[in-house]
Design a protein around this ligand. Structure first.
Ligand code: 3LM
Length: 399
């Protein structure tokens, strides 16, 4: 039973547990073996040569492929309804390896306005130094689609929902506009996971993940994933990953992420339910000025959220009436919710993007790209929602 069989027959929760693995292939072991090997031996010099030319598919070296990574890749390809997937040491490993593979000097990348801080830094302070033009554009409006049509870039890059402010991008519309303009569309779907949104099915060319977040789910391993057409994934493996970044995932991390995936569907259901309760409570609190959460009735892109996301997810962005000072005071008084970056863990995590994850932007850039100085980001964990609310309640500034 491989990933492609399962894709046709089974639901996503089932595939997250079984896709790509048969116990019969490993002495009946229900939990797959982990291949802690950096290199692989060949039966003969001719076999080695054929492996390097690609005439005989074989594992050569774990920076290129490894049976444990292979299983994670087949499982993620199945979950994303993609032909193929590729694992990396981190989300940034996935992003940098993918973009180094797909663009060259003179190319243009049209991006959405809001991006994760290190992605923004890689594009504007990394790729831009090598002659790639980065054009931030509001991809949530028709004018953004017109920009893609007019500029005909090499690639269109965006997140949905975006880190940290929860902006959504219509994946179907933007991918279609990109295709029409001869551009590749690359979507970072870290916040959504394949349980909520399937970008490849909606027309995107490549979907990226920081597997460090919900896919792993327990805050104990870094990882990254790219998924898409086999030809694109092969290119990313043999250029960006093998020869440019070398950001290969460790087999141990693949095991941790495979373990996390088994409960992904269950966790996303609970993350979403908890976040909905917390977001509703926040939205009624007198010192809360604004709450951005796709499950709230007043979410500005509510119709798109309903169309594109099966559930609202576990991330909330909010701002207090007292702005940054009030937000900092709230963070300082919390006792259960951890003051920490990262997201998608069992534990609730809170952070201040302007001074933490998005401090790679200048204040002017944050203002231009929709990242409020007083914005607080909450990754709602799997604790009892009443306890999360009680912690927020006791920490809220007085009215
Ligand atoms: C964070 N984000 O706290 P890694 N894409 C998205 C992400 O949110 C991230 C990455 C890619 C955070 C990490 S900030 C110091 C800590 C949407 C990571 C990069 O390389 O696996 O961290 O993924 O928002």
């Amino acid at each position: 039973m491989d990933g492609s069989n399962l894709k046709l027959q089974h639901g996503r929760a089932t595939r997250a547990i079984h896709a790509g693995y048969e116990p019969a292939d490993a002495d009946g072991a229900i939990s797959p073996p982990v291949h802690f090997s950096s290199s692989f031996s060949f039966a003969s010099a001719a076999d080695a040569r054929d492996a390097f030319t690609g005439d005989r598919p074989a594992h050569i070296y774990t920076r290129i492929s490894n049976p444990t990574l292979d299983l994670l890749e087949r499982r993620m390809a199945s979950l994303e309804d993609a032909e193929a997937a590729l694992a990396f040491a981190s989300g940034m490993g996935a992003i940098t390896s993918t973009l180094w593979s797909l663009v060259q000097p003179g190319d243009e990348i049209v991006t959405d306005l809001t991006l994760y801080g290190s992605t923004f830094a890689f594009l504007h302070h990394g790729l831009a130094r090598f002659g790639v033009t980065i054009s931030p554009t509001d991809l949530s409006v028709q004018k953004g689609l017109d920009v893609i049509a007019a500029r005909r870039p090499r690639l269109v890059y965006f997140e949905s929902p975006a880190n940290p402010n929860m902006r959504l991008v219509d994946i179907t519309a933007v991918s279609a506009a990109a295709r029409e303009a001869g551009a590749l569309s690359v979507v970072d779907s870290t916040y959504a996971t394949p349980c909520l949104t399937r970008p490849i099915t909606l027309g995107a060319d490549v979907v990226l993940h920081s597997a460090t977040k919900y896919l792993c789910g327990h805050g104990d391993a870094l990882g990254g994933i790219a998924a898409g057409r086999r030809e694109l994934i092969d290119t990313i493996r043999m250029t960006g990953l093998k020869d440019m970044t070398g950001a290969a995932m460790a087999p141990f991390n693949a095991m941790m992420i495979l373990r996390g995936l088994k409960t992904l569907d269950l966790r996303m259901e609970r993350h979403s339910a908890n976040a909905e309760i917390v977001a509703r409570w926040l939205s009624h609190h007198p010192v809360v000025a604004a709450v951005a959460f796709p499950g709230l009735g007043d979410f500005p892109q509510r119709a798109l959220a309903e169309r594109q996301m099966d559930r609202p997810g576990g991330m909330i962005a909010f701002e207090l009436t007292g702005g940054l000072d009030a937000g900092s005071a709230l963070m300082d008084r919390l006792m259960l919710i951890r003051r920490a970056v990262s997201l998608g863990d069992t534990d609730s995590l809170i952070q201040h993007p302007a001074s933490m994850t998005h401090s790679t932007y200048t204040p002017e850039e944050r203002a231009r790209f929709g990242i409020g100085e007083g914005l607080i980001r909450l990754s709602v964990g799997l604790e009892d929602p009443a306890d999360i609310i009680a912690d927020l309640e006791q920490a809220m500034p007085a009215i």
